[in-house]
Design a protein around this ligand. Structure first.
Ligand SMILES: *[C@@H]1O[C@H](CO)[C@@H](O)[C@H](O)[C@H]1NC(C)=O
Ligand SMILES: *[C@@H]1O[C@H](CO)[C@@H](O)[C@H](O)[C@H]1NC(C)=O
Ligand SMILES: *[C@@H]1O[C@H](CO)[C@@H](O)[C@H](O)[C@H]1NC(C)=O
Length: 355
């Protein structure tokens, strides 16, 4: 199974995975201070695939690199949750061949991956700022002490500084787009869409003050949404992702903007559209070129008519049945005094995997 505390090697050798691997394996749960003590140079040089500007940020802000890794991992975990029943389950998009490089495909799935990791980094950085875990940032200062007489409440407490988190994500995540091609435009657009969705979902929380709970004064602050919510919104955006093509401002110049492919004239995608360049493969067979891991060996559900059903999941190749005995404690009763007595129950269970 997938343990996120561990490094799964070159399986997903994007910058993100390496960051996470470096963070969780080499550094374990060491405190931030020892990370800094280990030396920014050592850590930043050990992370393969960092773009030059990312390496510079890593060296000047080693405390942030851990948070960035956690944010990216949160994005990937959410991606795996959202796609757990799909043929594509957020696994490798062809990284094996592009050691330490960015995803090489322009599919909808790549679009989702970029958006969710960019949002994850912004979310994690913002949260770390609010909790005082990062130098250079804290609560949103613009929202301190300001009194809105009309609305009858004032800013108080610690408002999450999402602008800082978003700006940080923009500086770090976007810095890996160094090639000047259509995919760069696609990736930047999707990164921005992920962050925009996060900004739009910020919440206002308020508290009443006054005798016995009366609301004579009210203080309010902004908080981050749960990341799960961002996952669901981006999954929806993925469902209605739009195909785009890059347009060159003049012949010979590099691609300069994106327009909807099936449109007359130059209609640009909206800020929160996820955009893709290439149609997705069906993810049935392994194919490094398209970023498909195939579905051989995947668990499937014998009775489900949905994409997790063996028919759809296994693409008609059929499935293997594995039987095993499931054992668990049951009929537990509390006995005076003081222990719990249980029976052992067992049941034959079957699991199915794709051929
Ligand atoms: C902040 O640091 C504390 C203590 O190291 C840690 O438990 C917490 O998870 C951190 N919070 C964030 C958002 O990184
Ligand atoms: C995703 O699919 C791949 C390829 O079929 C499989 O090896 C991997 O274990 C799956 N991951 C999860 C989290 O289910
Ligand atoms: C399989 O799918 C059926 C129908 O959708 C569902 O009721 C059942 O709980 C699923 N089984 C497992 C093990 O997920």
């Amino acid at each position: 199974m997938f343990g996120f505390g561990e490094c799964y090697g070159v399986f997903m050798c994007s910058v993100w995975m390496w960051l996470v691997c470096v963070c969780s394996v080499c550094l374990g749960l060491v405190a931030l201070s020892s990370v800094v003590a280990l030396g920014a140079n050592i850590i930043c040089n050990k992370i393969p695939g960092l773009a030059p500007r990312q390496r510079a940020i890593c060296q000047s802000r080693p405390d942030a690199i851990i948070v960035i890794g956690e944010g990216a991992q949160m994005g990937i975990n959410e991606c795996q949750y959202q796609f757990r029943y799909g043929r594509w389950n957020c696994s490798a998009l062809g990284e094996r061949t592009v050691f330490g490089q960015e995803l090489r495909v322009g599919s909808k799935e790549a679009a989702f991956t970029y958006a969710i990791t960019a949002a994850g980094v912004a979310h994690a950085v913002t949260a770390a700022c609010s909790q005082g875990n990062l130098s250079h940032c804290g609560c949103d200062r613009e929202k301190q002490g300001y009194h809105d007489h009309e609305e009858g409440w004032k800013w108080g407490g610690c408002s999450a500084d999402v602008k800082y988190g978003v700006e940080f994500s923009r500086r770090f995540v976007d810095a890996r787009e160094i090639k000047k091609n259509a995919r760069r435009l696609m990736n930047l657009h999707n990164n921005e869409a992920g962050r925009k969705v996060l900004e739009e979902r910020m919440k206002l929380e308020c508290k009443c003050h006054g005798v016995s709970g009366s609301c004579t004064t009210k203080t309010c602050w902004t908080t981050l949404p749960k990341f799960r919510e961002i996952g669901y919104v981006l999954k929806e955006r993925y469902g209605v992702a739009v195909q785009v093509e890059a347009v060159r401002a003049t012949r010979l110049r590099q691609p300069s903007f994106l327009r909807l492919k099936q449109s007359h004239g130059y209609i640009k995608p909206t800020d929160t559209d996820l955009v893709y360049l290439e149609r997705s493969p069906n993810y049935c067979e392994e194919d490094v070129a398209t970023g498909s891991a195939g579905t051989r060996g995947r668990l499937c559900n014998h009775t489900s008519p949905h994409p997790d059903g063996c028919g759809l999941m296994c693409c008609g190749r059929g499935h293997d049945t594995h039987q095993y005995t499931r054992v668990w404690q049951c009929n537990c009763k509390f006995q005076w005094c003081c222990f719990v007595k249980c029976n052992t129950c067992s049941e034959m269970t079957e699991v199915f995997t794709c051929k």
